[in-house]
Design a protein around this ligand. Structure first.
Ligand code: FES
Length: 112
């Protein structure tokens, strides 16, 4: 079980290319951390892996570390315009863990 208990810092690049470092609190999903820090994450399904408005790109090595996406997440991501098999995740499905300190997150472009 990954350890979670410390606030970790994440470097987020917004859709306009601007970067900002924010805190990710234990107990939050990555989507919640982004939304609470005023990034344009609609999260219209409330974190249930059914809207894809929380789509982000993570470094490949982190996507590998996080392991397999659920079937629902993968199906939804594959339907998005900007799906990158190596870097795409639904941020609502990424749980906080201390090993993700200094994670680089890029918010995916909005769907047309
Ligand atoms: S918030 Fe809807 S899929 Fe993540």
């Amino acid at each position: 079980m990954p350890k979670t208990g410390s606030v970790v810092g994440i470097d987020v690049t917004d859709r306009d290319g601007q970067g900002r470092r924010v805190d990710w609190e234990p107990g939050q999903s990555l989507m919640e951390a982004l939304r609470d820090n005023d990034f344009p994450i609609l999260a219209s399904c409330g974190g249930n892996a059914s809207c894809a408005t929380c789509h982000v790109f993570l470094p490949e090595r982190i996507v590998e570390l996080l392991g397999e996406r659920s079937e629902d997440e993968l199906e939804l991501l594959e339907e998005t315009e900007f799906f990158d098999p190596k870097r795409s995740r639904l941020s609502c499905q990424v749980a906080h863990c201390d090993q993700l300190d200094e994670l680089g997150v890029v918010i995916a472009p909005e769907e047309a």
